[in-house]
Design a protein around this ligand. Structure first.
Ligand SMILES: Cc1cc2nc3c(=O)[nH]c(=O)nc-3n(C[C@H](O)[C@H](O)[C@H](O)COP(=O)(O)OP(=O)(O)OC[C@H]3O[C@@H](n4cnc5c(N)ncnc54)[C@H](O)[C@@H]3O)c2cc1C
Length: 557
């Protein structure tokens, strides 16, 4: 196939990618590629809601303060201010685009309390908020005539003279490797939750975009900060939304105590996620858990409220935990959920590589710092998806279409052919399990030097073996054995970056807790981590945090 050509290529068709696609002037030729059908993107799984200070008693400044505090002061305050100031108009726009938000008694958009928030400011569509947003957005994308390449897999960036001139991708159904040139490329490939053995994330969340950009020289920022959500199911990591605590659900231990009173006497179950997850893990480790879990009790909310506000989580609990929350508490535990770190980008989506932009969970702007507040991630996709689209639209003016060489495609074709030709070796799924289990154990809620040093060795070893893994399917058509092999290489690469950052950061901040350095160290560590690729493993450097109005304080809930 000859080289495909579009003004802009957006990699990823979740909320961030689609929102960016909708900002381009009518004449601009916009293409989007996605390894799954757009509405199968993980955004569609978001349950609890999206934050905005809509009520007159609330303010964007309050929202910004809660976000900065939630971030343990590592979030860039200039970017946080932008997000919180622009949030209300983005929510209204979504409503005008047809998102059916739940209503309160006054027929206004209802807002529920969420963790770490001083005011109920999370807008929701029952417990299916992401689904509602994603479908409304997809309709617009269809109407706009965005060219969508569905079930195409990003392989590499086309980098020439230090700038990004397009991508190379695999058309999964046919097995063809195709070059796509563009005047700009926007990365919107979502998170990497599947680096861990259990995760609330969909199977597609293997951080491909982050890994590919990193290999191309774009620094990854603050990757050591991984969010563990306090309420995931033991069996498979499926998420039970924070909205269930927002609606009044409580957490109890084996003794029937509401243990959060020891850890966060004011906010209780609605402290920020890092705090609640550590509390649960401590209860479990000290022997007050129930079969490796704690219990989420919703019974007092009553049947009617559960059916109206939390219908999906009831279904999930029945299906995957065998418990009906109307009758019995749900066993839950902390699980890998969200990537605070990602491709370093500014608040217009620009990365350090010319021609390359990033938005959504794959990027690090950084509005979440060391810990994200629930409801701020959907918001990030809307605000920064929009801003990135608008910025790139202007960036295209006067920028000619590049004419990259065909060598980039040839290289990738050769790489895949070699992987498929290998006659024997270790299977990727086994390596994936080895890596994920180690990540759960050594790079989880609590970390220490010995565990992280062991993790460095295991991850480097798995990375090396992953290069020689055995792809059993030798065919071209829909070779998911091959795409899974590529995903394994991506998660291993990212694991190495996460571990390197976690080992270097000798302090505890937000979601990163070191048992051997239990306090926050602003003098040394009030700074972002940047990771750069190197044959010997990630090389780290640092960048300053942007401050505007909020002085760092001790964080209590
Ligand atoms: C279960 C769950 C519940 C959540 N609930 C909430 C919530 O209530 N509120 C909140 O604020 N946040 C929530 N989050 C977080 C939030 O949903 C995500 O951070 C956000 O939706 C990410 O959007 P995105 O557009 O960046 O990426 P995604 O929606 O993950 O989309 C990524 C896209 O990239 C594509 N892609 C990836 N790799 C490749 C590749 N190699 N080639 C081609 N395409 C590729 C995928 O196909 C997909 O289209 C939740 C997350 C989970 C997992």
């Amino acid at each position: 196939m000859s080289m495909l050509s579009h003004d802009v290529i957006i990699v990823g068709a979740g909320l961030a990618g689609m929102r960016a696609a909708l900002e381009f002037a009518p004449g601009v030729d916009v293409a989007m590629i996605s390894k799954v059908h757009p509405v199968r993107s993980h955004s569609g799984a978001a349950q609890g809601g999206v934050n905005a200070a809509l009520h007159e008693d609330d303010s964007w400044e309050n929202h910004a303060y809660d976000t900065v505090k939630g971030s343990d002061y590592l979030g860039d305050q200039d970017a946080i201010e932008i997000m919180c100031r622009e949030a209300p108009s983005d929510i209204r726009q979504m409503e005008h685009w047809g998102v059916i938000f739940s209503r309160n008694d006054e027929e206004r958009i209802a807002q529920r309390p969420f963790g770490g928030a001083g005011y109920p400011r999370t807008c929701y569509a029952a417990d299916r908020t992401g689904h509602a947003l994603l479908h409304a957005m997809y309709e617009r994308v269809m109407r706009r005539g965005v060219k969508v390449y569905e079930e195409w897999f990003l392989l590499s960036l086309i980098m020439e003279d230090g700038e990004c001139r397009g991508i190379v991708a695999l058309d999964i159904p046919t097995g063809q490797v195709v070059s796509m040139r563009a005047r700009a490329v926007v990365m919107a490939t979502g998170g990497y939750g599947r680096v861990y053995r259990t995760s609330s994330n969909g199977l597609v969340n293997t951080g491909d975009g982050m890994a590919v950009c990193y290999e191309a020289g774009a620094p990854l920022m603050d990757m050591e900060f991984v969010q563990f959500h306090p309420t995931t199911l033991k069996s498979n990591g499926v998420l039970i939304t924070e909205g269930s605590r927002g609606e009044g659900g409580t957490l109890i231990n084996a003794l029937g105590e509401r243990f959060m009173k020891t850890y966060a006497p004011n906010a209780m179950e609605l402290a920020s996620r890092d705090v609640v997850s550590r509390a649960e893990q401590t209860e479990i480790l000290e022997g007050r858990g129930v079969d490796g879990c704690v219990l989420l009790d919703l019974r007092h909310l009553g049947r009617e409220k559960i059916l109206e506000r939390l219908p999906q989580i009831r279904e999930l609990a029945i299906k995957f935990a065998g418990t009906d929350p109307i009758e019995v508490p749900i066993p839950v535990r902390p699980g890998a959920h969200y990537s605070m770190g990602g491709i370093k980008a500014d608040f217009n989506g620009a990365t350090p590589l010319p021609g390359l932009f990033a938005a959504g969970e794959c990027s690090c702007v950084s509005v979440h710092g060391a810990n994200r507040l629930g409801g701020n991630s959907l918001l990030e996709t809307l605000v920064f998806g929009r801003r990135t689209g608008a910025f790139v639209n202007d960036y295209l003016v006067g920028r000619p279409m590049p004419s990259p060489a065909d060598t980039h495609r040839v290289e990738q074709e050769k790489r895949l052919a070699e992987m498929v030709a290998r006659p024997a070796g270790e299977r990727g799924w086994a390596l994936r399990e080895e890596l994920g289990t180690m990540m759960n154990r050594n790079v989880g809620v609590f970390r220490d030097r010995a565990g992280l040093e062991a993790a460095v060795t295991v991850a480097a070893n798995v990375a090396e073996r992953a290069r020689r893994q055995w792809v059993m399917d030798k065919g071209k058509i829909f070779n998911t054995d091959l795409t899974e092999a590529l995903e394994l290489q991506h998660v291993t690469e990212l694991a190495r970056v996460i571990i390197a950052g976690a080992l270097a950061r000798e302090e505890s901040r937000g979601a990163h807790f070191r048992k051997d350095f239990t306090t926050r160290d602003d003098a040394k560590w009030m700074r972002h981590t940047l990771a750069h690729p190197d044959p010997d493993g990630p090389k780290l450097s640092h960048a300053p945090v942007a401050f505007t109005r909020f002085e760092p304080k001790e964080r209590t809930y």
